[in-house]
Design a protein around this ligand. Structure first.
Ligand code: CA2
Length: 147
């Protein structure tokens, strides 16, 4: 099983600013721990971060055919991007939306997601643990849906 984790804009800054909101782990640490978890689960994991909407769309399109599912923290694009929604629907891959912070306890504009209604599930508010929960959830979902 091959999975892809996508990180949206500004998440490359994790660990360096706003630790009260987003935690003190860097993106490299989050990726490293996710890759260890993936190895324990016996799945292959690829990761990609971009600050650019089109680059994320390109990466989603490239996943078609060789990827079984996607974990996505689309960051601010969650709340703005019809293009990311369309790309995820076009490749027709199961995906889990996740966030470090609880977007529902923050500003109103963060309460809406262009992705959530088509996601297998949504996880938010657990800091870097959100990534771990999302990976467990997606792998379980895929194993149960394709025995
Ligand atoms: O809580 C999350 O994971 C978010 O996806 C983070 C986004 C925000 O726009 C979403 O509403 C919720 C913001 C990512 C910004 O990342 C930073 C990391 C370190 C320092 C500054 C920003």
């Amino acid at each position: 099983m091959r999975l892809l984790v996508l990180h949206g804009p500004n998440l490359n800054l994790l660990g360096s600013r706003e630790p009260g909101l987003y935690g003190s782990c860097s993106l490299e640490q989050i990726n490293a721990s996710l890759h260890e978890q993936a190895a324990r689960l016996g799945v292959e994991l690829l990761s990609f971060q971009s600050n650019h909407e089109g680059a994320l769309v390109d990466r989603i399109q490239a996943a078609r055919g060789d990827t079984d599912g996607i974990l996505i923290n689309a960051a601010a694009y969650t709340h703005t991007s019809i293009a990311l929604r369309d790309a995820l629907l076009a490749v027709d891959l199961p995906f889990v939306e996740l966030h470090l912070s609880n977007t529902h306890s923050r500003e109103l504009f963060r309460h809406h997601s262009y992705l959530a209604d088509r996601a297998v599930g949504v996880i938010c508010g657990f800091g870097s643990t959100s990534y771990r929960l999302a990976l467990d959830g997606l792998v379980d979902h895929l194993r149960l849906s394709r025995p």
